[in-house]
Each structure stands twice: as structure tokens, then as C-alpha cells.
Write a protein that binds this ligand. Structure first.
Ligand SMILES: Cc1cc2nc3c(=O)[nH]c(=O)nc-3n(C[C@H](O)[C@H](O)[C@H](O)COP(=O)(O)OP(=O)(O)OC[C@H]3O[C@@H](n4cnc5c(N)ncnc54)[C@H](O)[C@@H]3O)c2cc1C
Length: 391
């Protein structure tokens, strides 16, 4: 109970934090940097985290998951990030895809996917962004039509910036189907296996030091069996939002972990680096911005916890607002924390050895994805404050 009052978390959450942090510290930034340098993936860490039950902590126990929620999964991601080795695929595989399948998938889809997503032996990517839609996901044009003779789906369209498609067994693609009655396009989710015919990917040359790559995807009449459609054709938007709230909460956790990692490196440095009579951390010009960054991270974590609690309690609407605010607050805290941390190290902030400069680009990801800072401000000004819609 004391822990709950102090941190908004239970004793079990604190224990989970401590044990994930211990795992993360055994790998650390050096491991992550080496994996990136060698063009490999974080397979060893992924496998060990899976074995310890961390990757599927949010998935139903009957399918081998931990039976907990997004709050616990966000703790896992934040602590690994704070140790310098964030696992981006946690945002998409168990958080978005696992959640959507657990909540809306058919029993067959749950049996086929959840045990593998829970024990980490299978991964699923998530594709919604399109080149001509971007932030305006109402404009996506990837369309599925039924082959009347076989009942199969034929999916055609393009996606961009989709993470981890090369290491995922399948991608959960947001497409649209035509409403037979009104002719309007309705959002729908399809599981597209990596090697499906007509499904091709081109890596995008990103300036981000991370093991996960982003891809442009082309879907050219990809033939999928009837049961590739997740859940109900008419509940598309509802199902989609069930996955997008965890995505925002997890992106907040990703940003919080990175911010804590950067602040940790900077404070260690500021405590010992001495160019006058005292360490540079004595100067308030160095100390105060780091203190400010720490406060912003703590505040953003509280909002992230609120969003996760609401989501796990089944309040999708309340969680929607809180998840947007949490993602905004955590991303902004992260960008500022990284900026100040790099500055604290002077010239060393830009060396590869200290590993902070790479975070400048990485921290910007949380500001733009999965929903940009401006789109969250649009949402809050319109939905929360009741101001006229601007777009
Ligand atoms: C590293 C990385 C990984 C990603 N992984 C995935 C993934 O796995 N799956 C996936 O589906 N997508 C992924 N994305 C895509 C990401 O979600 C999009 O980049 C994001 O939604 C923004 O879309 P856009 O890039 O097309 O920007 P645009 O929509 O073109 O926006 C450009 C700028 O204009 C601003 N803007 C746009 N509209 C408005 C408005 N109405 N009012 C004010 N400002 C506006 C935006 O805020 C932004 O600053 C990833 C992106 C990155 C960078």
C-alpha cells in the first residue's frame, strides 16, 4: 500500500521494475550499440526476456501470457529502455497485435497467435501509415475485396514506415472493406504473413541507430484466406482503437526509458567531470535543467500510469484521452532530457563512445510516432477543451 501511495504502483509492480532493470543492466547500452553496429537484432535479450515471462506479461494466462495488463508491459519496456536497450517490437507485437487478437480475434486466431506472441517465439508488426495519408488515417486507401468464388480477401495498397516487418512472422495491416449497403469504406484488420505472395517490402534508409528497421510495403492483390480478417468486419474502428491506446501508452514508456537512460548518463558524468575547482554538476546551469528533465519524466510517468490503469480497467474512452496526453508528455520530456544530457557531456555528448548523440534522433521518433505532437494537441484542443476542429 505504501508503495502504491509513493509511486502509483503496487509492491508487485516495484518488484517487476527491479527484476526487469536487473535483466536490462546485464545487457546494457554496450550490448545494444554492438547489435546495431553489426546490423543484428536483440535476439538474445528478446529470448531471455521471453523466458522470464516479460514479453507476454499483458496477454491472457490461458494462452501462456502473464494475465496482467498494459501497465505491466509498459514497466517492462521502460525499464529495458532505462538500461539502454529498448525493445521497440514490444510496442507492436504484444501490445497492439496481441491486444487486438486477444480482445477481438476468433478462437482460432487466438490459438494460432497468442501462445507465440506470449513466449516471444513469434512476432507481429503493425501497419497503418500510408504515404498519402500520414497523420490522416481516415484517408488510407489499402482496400480489401472479397473473391466471390472462394471467399478469400484480396488486399491492395501501400504502407510506409512500418517497423520490424523483416523480423515479424506477419503484419497486422489496417485496410478497408466496402460496406455492401452504403458503399462506404470501413476500417478492417488483416493478418498478412511475411511471405504472402504479392506482399513486398523495401527498407527505408533511416538516420536512426536501432536494430529495428522501417519498411515501405506494397500489397499487390495479396490473397488471404477468409479468416485473415481479425474479428468482426463491422467493428473495425472499435477494434483499431483497442490497439492504438496500448500503442500510445507503450510509446510513452519507450520515451520515459530513453529519457531516464540519458539523464542517468548525464548525471554520472556531471558528478565527476571537473574543469574548475568543483564537478560541473555543481553549476546550476548544468544541474537545474537535469533536475527539470527528471521532474518532467516523473510527471509524464504518472500520466502514463493513469492511461494504463484506465485501459486495463476497460475504460477505452478515458484511456484514449490519457494515452494521448501521456504520449505527448513523455515524448516532450524525452526530447528535452536527451538534449540536455548531450549538452551536459560537452564534446563527449557527440562521441560514439558515450552513445548519447544517437538518442537525439531516436528521441524524435516518440514526438512524431505513432501520432504526432500536433495531432495530440489537435485532439486535446478539440475533444477535451471543446474548441472548434481545425482540420
Ligand atoms: C521510426 C518510426 C517508426 C514507425 N513505425 C511505424 C509502424 O510500425 N507502423 C505504422 O503504421 N507507422 C509507423 N510509423 C509512422 C508514424 O506513425 C508516422 O510517421 C506518423 O503517424 C506521422 O505521419 P507522417 O510521417 O506521414 O507525417 P505527416 O502526417 O505528413 O505530418 C507531417 C507534419 O505535419 C504535422 N501535421 C499534419 N497534420 C496536421 C494538422 N492537421 N495540424 C497540425 N499539424 C499537422 C505533423 O504533426 C507533422 O509534424 C513510424 C514512424 C517512424 C519515424
Amino acid at each position: 500500500m505504501t508503495a502504491l501511495i509513493e509511486t502509483g504502483e503496487t509492491d508487485e509492480h516495484k518488484e517487476l521494475r527491479a527484476s526487469v532493470a536487473a535483466l536490462g543492466s546485464r545487457y546494457g547500452r554496450e550490448y545494444f550499440a554492438e547489435v546495431v553496429r553489426e546490423g543484428k537484432h536483440t535476439d538474445a535479450l528478446w529470448a531471455e526476456a521471453a523466458q522470464l515471462g516479460y514479453l507476454g506479461v499483458n496477454l491472457p494466462a490461458e494462452y501462456g501470457g502473464g494475465g496482467c495488463g498494459i501497465q505491466e508491459l509498459s514497466i517492462v519496456l521502460e525499464e529495458l529502455g532505462a538500461a539502454g536497450c529498448p525493445l521497440l517490437m514490444l510496442v507492436v507485437s504484444p501490445a497492439i497485435c496481441g491486444t487486438v487478437i486477444a480482445r477481438f480475434g476468433t478462437t482460432e486466431q487466438q490459438r494460432a497467435w497468442l501462445p507465440g506472441l506470449a513466449d516471444g517465439t513469434r512476432k507481429m508488426a503493425f501497419g497503418i501509415t500510408e504515404p498519402d495519408a500520414g497523420s490522416n488515417s481516415h484517408r488510407i486507401t489499402t482496400t480489401a475485396r472479397r473473391d466471390a468464388a472462394t471467399g478469400d480477401w484480396l488486399l491492395t495498397g501501400r504502407k510506409v514506415f512500418i517497423s520490424g516487418v523483416d523480423i515479424a512472422d506477419a503484419t497486422l495491416i489496417v485496410g478497408r472493406t466496402e460496406d455492401a449497403r452504403t458503399g462506404r469504406l470501413k476500417p478492417c484488420l488483416f493478418i498478412v504473413p511475411r511471405e504472402a505472395r504479392g506482399f513486398s517490402r523495401n527498407p527505408i534508409d533511416m538516420e536512426i541507430s536501432a536494430p529495428e528497421k522501417q519498411f515501405e510495403l506494397v500489397l499487390d492483390e495479396v490473397r488471404l484466406p477468409a479468416d485473415a480478417l481479425v474479428g468482426d468486419e463491422d467493428a473495425g474502428l472499435l477494434q483499431l482503437f483497442a490497439g492504438l491506446n496500448p500503442e500510445r501508452i507503450m510509446t510513452a514508456a519507450f520515451a520515459l526509458g530513453m529519457a531516464r537512460h540519458a539523464i542517468g548518463r548525464a548525471t554520472d558524468y556531471a558528478r565527476t567531470r571537473q574543469v574548475w575547482q568543483e564537478p560541473i554538476g555543481t553549476h546550476q546551469a548544468i544541474a537545474h535543467p537535469l533536475a527539470q528533465a527528471h521532474i518532467e519524466v516523473e510527471c509524464a510517468r504518472l500520466m502514463t500510469q493513469k492511461a494504463a490503469l484506465l485501459y486495463d480497467a476497460g475504460d477505452d474512452t478515458g484511456a484514449g484521452e490519457a494515452a494521448n496526453m501521456a504520449k505527448y508528455a513523455a515524448a516532450e520530456a524525452c526530447v528535452r532530457a536527451v538534449d540536455q544530457s548531450v549538452h551536459t557531456l560537452g564534446g563527449n555528448g557527440l562521441t560514439r563512445e558515450y552513445g548519447l548523440a544517437a538518442l537525439i534522433t531516436a528521441s524524435r521518433v516518440a514526438r512524431i510516432a505513432p501520432v504526432s505532437r500536433e495531432m495530440i494537441l489537435n485532439y486535446v484542443s478539440h475533444q477535451t477543451l471543446g474548441l472548434p476542429k481545425s482540420y
